[in-house]
Design a protein around this ligand. Structure first.
Ligand code: GLP
Length: 266
């Protein structure tokens, strides 16, 4: 795992957006794995800006979202499809046929999970997967106790996640109890995983995921097994890491980050 600590949320967000932009310019038909959540809002805002001001072209890009609530129609404001539409899709030139989310309204959700896996496979797999992290340690909706080899499936949400997502849905009682999510195993097959976490409320779970033991109690810890996983944090989210100094040093010194560093100091 490579853990990058940036001085502010804005710098962390900008770095993630610039990674996406660089990959997309290098490979216009990139298969991009997308995540929802407050953490991602700034990333989508920056990608929209790059599209408008610097001509970042999504016309051949294919996207696969991590998850979707079960039983919530796409027109419902709680649905991830609706959120993605508002925060990203409608502002860039992605083609509708290249945009994929699990269908939480499918009459046979198990068949839908198999279809989703197949769609990812036939696109050639995910090149770059964006991830947030839930306070319960989840990636996608892989709640604690998720098998670290799990595939796309229906998952029941933990009380902690329901509380976390209450504001999103307009109250705890309006948070759906189940979701369709890519599995941990599905996520681990992406060629590059980039996890973004911001703010002190994520500090403890980030430290457990990054420096703690690999355990299904913290599904994000499975990313330690991934051959190419970059975790990008602001100072607050990285506040509980033992290796803080090292993580700051990496961005300042590793040649891999040269270009990004230069852009950061115009
Ligand atoms: C939801 C999503 C996750 C996301 C998490 C964190 O549960 N299913 O993919 O990482 O929220 O959300 P936020 O970024 O709002 O903290």
């Amino acid at each position: 795992m490579e853990v990058i600590l940036r001085p502010s949320a804005e710098a962390a967000v900008r770095l993630v957006a610039r990674i996406v932009a660089r990959e997309l310019r290098a490979r216009p038909n990139l298969v991009l794995g997308l995540a929802t959540g407050r953490t991602m809002e700034g990333v989508y805002r920056e990608l929209i800006r790059l599209h408008r001001e610097e001509g970042l072209d999504f016309s051949r890009c294919r996207t696969f979202n991590l998850d979707e609530y079960a039983g919530v129609p796409p027109t419902d404001e709680r649905s991830f499809r609706h959120w993605m539409q508002e925060h990203f899709f409608r502002h860039v030139n992605l083609r509708p046929e290249n945009v994929h989310l699990p269908d939480g309204m499918a009459p046979d959700l198990e068949a839908e999970c198999r279809r989703y896996e197949e769609a990812i496979r036939s696109a050639g797999g995910v090149d770059l997967q964006l991830l947030g992290i839930g306070v319960a340690g989840h990636i996608g909706f892989n709640e604690p106790l998720s098998s670290l080899q799990s595939r796309t499936r229906v998952k029941a949400l933990t009380p902690m996640t329901i509380r976390q997502n209450a504001a999103w849905c307009g109250g705890e009682e309006r948070v759906p109890r189940r979701a369709v999510t890519m599995g941990v195993g599905t996520i681990l097959e992406a060629r590059w995983c980039v996890l973004l976490a911001l703010g002190s409320e994520k500090a403890e779970v980030v430290a457990r995921a990054v420096e703690g033991p690999i355990t299904s109690m913290v599904p994000a810890s499975a990313l330690q097994l991934h051959p190419r996983c970059t975790v990008i944090l602001d100072e607050e989210a990285g506040g509980r890491l033992a290796l803080k100094e090292y993580c700051r040093w990496l961005f300042e010194n590793e040649p891999e980050w040269d270009a990004f560093r230069r852009e950061d100091r115009p």
